[in-house]
Design a protein around this ligand. Structure first.
Ligand SMILES: [Mg+2]
Length: 176
Protein backbone atom coordinates (compact mmCIF):
# COMPACT_ATOMS: atom_id res chain seq x y z
CA UNK A 1 0.00 0.00 0.00
CA UNK A 2 2.63 2.53 1.06
CA UNK A 3 4.74 1.83 -2.00
CA UNK A 4 2.03 3.60 -4.01
CA UNK A 5 3.07 6.82 -2.31
CA UNK A 6 6.78 6.28 -2.82
CA UNK A 7 8.13 8.40 -5.70
CA UNK A 8 11.03 7.13 -7.79
CA UNK A 9 12.85 10.40 -7.08
CA UNK A 10 12.41 13.66 -5.21
CA UNK A 11 13.60 17.13 -6.18
CA UNK A 12 13.39 20.52 -4.55
CA UNK A 13 12.00 22.05 -7.74
CA UNK A 14 11.21 21.22 -11.36
CA UNK A 15 14.29 22.96 -12.74
CA UNK A 16 16.56 20.96 -10.42
CA UNK A 17 15.57 17.63 -12.00
CA UNK A 18 18.64 16.47 -13.95
CA UNK A 19 17.56 16.05 -17.57
CA UNK A 20 20.63 13.89 -18.33
CA UNK A 21 19.51 11.37 -15.75
CA UNK A 22 16.03 11.20 -17.24
CA UNK A 23 17.63 10.41 -20.60
CA UNK A 24 19.89 7.79 -19.03
CA UNK A 25 16.87 6.19 -17.38
CA UNK A 26 15.19 5.88 -20.77
CA UNK A 27 12.53 8.55 -20.21
CA UNK A 28 11.12 9.94 -23.47
CA UNK A 29 8.04 11.75 -22.19
CA UNK A 30 7.05 13.86 -19.17
CA UNK A 31 3.60 14.31 -17.69
CA UNK A 32 3.93 17.47 -15.61
CA UNK A 33 1.57 18.93 -13.03
CA UNK A 34 0.83 22.66 -13.26
CA UNK A 35 -0.12 24.33 -9.98
CA UNK A 36 2.74 24.49 -7.48
CA UNK A 37 4.96 22.39 -9.76
CA UNK A 38 5.44 24.65 -12.81
CA UNK A 39 4.10 27.90 -11.37
CA UNK A 40 2.82 29.12 -8.00
CA UNK A 41 -0.84 28.29 -7.49
CA UNK A 42 -3.03 30.22 -9.95
CA UNK A 43 -0.09 32.24 -11.21
CA UNK A 44 0.43 32.48 -14.97
CA UNK A 45 4.10 33.31 -15.09
CA UNK A 46 6.70 30.68 -15.84
CA UNK A 47 10.00 31.52 -14.11
CA UNK A 48 12.99 31.96 -16.48
CA UNK A 49 14.82 29.03 -14.85
CA UNK A 50 11.80 26.82 -15.55
CA UNK A 51 11.79 27.96 -19.20
CA UNK A 52 15.49 27.16 -19.45
CA UNK A 53 14.86 23.70 -17.99
CA UNK A 54 12.18 23.04 -20.63
CA UNK A 55 14.67 24.00 -23.35
CA UNK A 56 17.06 21.37 -22.00
CA UNK A 57 14.26 18.81 -21.99
CA UNK A 58 13.46 19.59 -25.62
CA UNK A 59 17.12 19.49 -26.64
CA UNK A 60 17.39 16.03 -25.06
CA UNK A 61 14.58 14.84 -27.32
CA UNK A 62 12.19 14.38 -24.42
CA UNK A 63 8.56 15.39 -24.95
CA UNK A 64 6.55 17.10 -22.25
CA UNK A 65 2.90 17.84 -21.60
CA UNK A 66 0.89 19.44 -18.82
CA UNK A 67 -1.70 17.28 -17.09
CA UNK A 68 -3.61 19.42 -14.61
CA UNK A 69 -6.65 18.82 -12.45
CA UNK A 70 -7.31 22.56 -12.76
CA UNK A 71 -10.65 22.94 -14.53
CA UNK A 72 -9.94 26.39 -16.00
CA UNK A 73 -8.94 25.70 -19.58
CA UNK A 74 -7.56 29.19 -20.15
CA UNK A 75 -5.33 29.05 -17.08
CA UNK A 76 -3.73 25.77 -18.17
CA UNK A 77 -3.50 26.81 -21.84
CA UNK A 78 -1.67 30.09 -21.12
CA UNK A 79 1.17 28.29 -19.34
CA UNK A 80 1.37 25.37 -21.79
CA UNK A 81 1.40 27.76 -24.78
CA UNK A 82 4.28 29.76 -23.28
CA UNK A 83 6.31 26.56 -23.38
CA UNK A 84 4.87 25.25 -26.64
CA UNK A 85 3.68 21.97 -25.14
CA UNK A 86 0.30 20.21 -25.24
CA UNK A 87 -1.97 19.97 -22.20
CA UNK A 88 -4.83 18.19 -20.52
CA UNK A 89 -6.99 20.32 -18.20
CA UNK A 90 -9.68 19.16 -15.78
CA UNK A 91 -7.77 15.89 -15.50
CA UNK A 92 -8.88 13.50 -12.81
CA UNK A 93 -5.57 12.53 -11.19
CA UNK A 94 -5.08 10.07 -9.48
CA UNK A 95 -7.39 8.31 -11.95
CA UNK A 96 -5.47 6.33 -14.52
CA UNK A 97 -7.30 7.83 -17.48
CA UNK A 98 -5.69 11.22 -16.76
CA UNK A 99 -2.22 9.71 -17.20
CA UNK A 100 -3.28 7.64 -20.21
CA UNK A 101 -4.47 10.86 -21.85
CA UNK A 102 -1.01 12.37 -21.22
CA UNK A 103 0.78 9.35 -22.66
CA UNK A 104 -1.42 9.53 -25.73
CA UNK A 105 -0.32 13.14 -26.31
CA UNK A 106 3.31 12.18 -25.79
CA UNK A 107 3.10 8.94 -27.78
CA UNK A 108 4.96 7.19 -24.99
CA UNK A 109 4.22 4.17 -22.82
CA UNK A 110 4.65 2.79 -19.33
CA UNK A 111 8.40 2.20 -19.66
CA UNK A 112 9.41 5.63 -20.93
CA UNK A 113 7.04 8.10 -19.24
CA UNK A 114 7.74 10.05 -16.06
CA UNK A 115 5.20 11.89 -13.92
CA UNK A 116 6.31 15.06 -12.13
CA UNK A 117 4.18 16.74 -9.46
CA UNK A 118 3.97 18.16 -5.95
CA UNK A 119 1.14 16.02 -4.59
CA UNK A 120 1.39 12.47 -3.29
CA UNK A 121 -2.34 11.79 -3.52
CA UNK A 122 -2.79 12.88 -7.12
CA UNK A 123 0.50 12.95 -9.05
CA UNK A 124 2.55 10.25 -7.33
CA UNK A 125 -0.25 7.85 -6.42
CA UNK A 126 -1.72 8.09 -9.92
CA UNK A 127 1.61 7.61 -11.68
CA UNK A 128 2.55 4.68 -9.46
CA UNK A 129 -0.80 2.96 -10.08
CA UNK A 130 0.23 2.72 -13.73
CA UNK A 131 3.78 1.70 -12.85
CA UNK A 132 5.28 4.94 -14.16
CA UNK A 133 8.51 6.67 -13.09
CA UNK A 134 7.43 9.34 -10.58
CA UNK A 135 9.16 12.48 -9.32
CA UNK A 136 7.88 14.42 -6.32
CA UNK A 137 8.81 18.10 -6.16
CA UNK A 138 8.43 20.45 -3.20
CA UNK A 139 5.38 22.70 -3.79
CA UNK A 140 6.41 26.19 -4.92
CA UNK A 141 4.17 27.93 -2.38
CA UNK A 142 5.62 25.92 0.52
CA UNK A 143 9.09 26.84 -0.64
CA UNK A 144 8.12 30.49 -0.55
CA UNK A 145 6.58 30.02 2.85
CA UNK A 146 9.74 28.36 4.18
CA UNK A 147 11.73 31.23 2.69
CA UNK A 148 9.55 33.70 4.56
CA UNK A 149 9.96 31.75 7.78
CA UNK A 150 13.73 31.73 7.44
CA UNK A 151 13.72 35.47 6.83
CA UNK A 152 11.62 36.00 9.94
CA UNK A 153 14.05 33.91 11.95
CA UNK A 154 17.02 35.86 10.67
CA UNK A 155 15.14 39.02 11.57
CA UNK A 156 14.55 37.76 15.11
CA UNK A 157 18.19 36.80 15.53
CA UNK A 158 19.27 40.23 14.28
CA UNK A 159 16.92 41.95 16.70
CA UNK A 160 18.29 39.79 19.53
CA UNK A 161 21.92 40.51 18.58
CA UNK A 162 21.24 44.21 18.35
CA UNK A 163 19.51 44.27 21.72
CA UNK A 164 22.28 42.36 23.47
CA UNK A 165 25.04 44.17 21.70
CA UNK A 166 23.46 47.44 22.74
CA UNK A 167 23.01 46.38 26.37
CA UNK A 168 26.52 44.91 26.56
CA UNK A 169 28.16 48.00 25.26
CA UNK A 170 25.95 50.90 26.13
CA UNK A 171 27.00 54.34 25.12
CA UNK A 172 27.81 55.79 28.44
CA UNK A 173 27.35 59.49 28.50
CA UNK A 174 30.53 61.16 29.52
CA UNK A 175 30.14 63.43 32.39
CA UNK A 176 32.51 66.28 32.45
MG1 LIG B 1 0.09 20.60 -7.96
Amino acid sequence: MLEYFQPTHQANSLDLIPVEQLSRDGIRGLIIDLDNTMTPWNNLEVAPKVETWFKKVKAAGIRACVVSNNSKRQRVAVVADQLGIPFVFGATKPRRKAFRAGMKLLETGQKDTAVIGDQLFTDILGGNRLGLYTILVTPINDREFIGTRIMRRIEKVLVWIMKHFASAKPFSPKIH
